[in-house]
Design a protein around this ligand. Sequence first.
Ligand SMILES: Nc1ncnc2c1ncn2[C@@H]1O[C@H](COP(=O)(O)OP(=O)(O)OP(=O)(O)O)[C@@H](O)[C@H]1O
Ligand SMILES: [Mg+2]
Length: 307
Amino acid sequence: MIYTLTANPSLDYIVRVKNLEIGETNRAYETEIFAGGKGFNVSSVLSALGYDSIASGFTAGFSGAELERLLEARSFKKDFIPCSGRTRINVKLKAQEETEINGTGIEIDDAQVEELFDHYKAIADGDVLILSGSIPGCLDKDFYARILDSQKDKDVLFIVDASGELLAKSLPCHPFLVKPNQAEIEELLGIKIHDDDELIAAGRKLQEAGASNVLISRGAKGAMLIGEDGAIYEAGCPQGKLVNSVGSGDSMVAGFVAGWIDTHSLEEAFVQGIYCGSATAFCADLAQKEDIDALKASSPITVCRTA
Ligand SMILES: Nc1ncnc2c1ncn2[C@@H]1O[C@H](COP(=O)(O)OP(=O)(O)OP(=O)(O)O)[C@@H](O)[C@H]1O
Ligand SMILES: [Mg+2]
């Protein structure tokens, strides 16, 4: 089974305003509410690729109830752990410029963390555990490391898509895959990367710190994989019209995992990850199976592998 975790989900409230005037009463011409959560995105794209998963997440209050309602239609298995407070509401204000205000909210106590650990006792040899995104401020930055540590006696594939200290602290637990983008690597290492050689060197530092494979996503420029086989895989991505890149990174993670399970080839997993990331970038929402298949049929990807 594949397990995904969204420790810090949100309700995303999109507000479109023609001409925002700060300090005035403004009228939106359109509002929308979406379920936000990177682990849920990964589970959705895994479903599209034919893989079932169990998506855990902490939820609370009326916004948590609405989040759960919005996720009902998605076909993965849900494992919501009820908490106090309120699932955060992130406001995305789309006017002349885009402004985002991420809310606060949820309170998670030790008993609720224990509940998650209890559920994760079901994880078995051969399973996959994907930890995606940030954690609420009430949890310590070693949260992912603690989860991975609790599973270390099992033969589980760990995937971590996080940033900063949360990512840094999980590296010694030897995740099979981490998927930073370039900005996240720069932040983690406190450096500025100017060229491919520096990017490779930075990726290798994450390997030295414990990650087996480092998949660096580069938006429209494609991706690079620093493989556990010692090779570097580089590829551009299919050309297309960018519609909405939210969830591209999560789609890439889902594609890589599915590709790896299918083939046990790093190169195939890498290519599948790029297709899924790009298919989502070219869609209004997360990519569906038809979107991914159409992209594969129309846009071959050439991988440059250097040993
Ligand atoms: N504009 C684009 N055109 C084509 N493909 C894209 C584009 N943006 C993203 N992708 C695809 O999706 C992959 C992941 O995107 P990106 O690097 O933006 O991830 P990210 O920064 O982790 O995103 P997020 O965490 O917000 O989902 C890229 O490597 C690429 O394959
Ligand atoms: Mg990302």
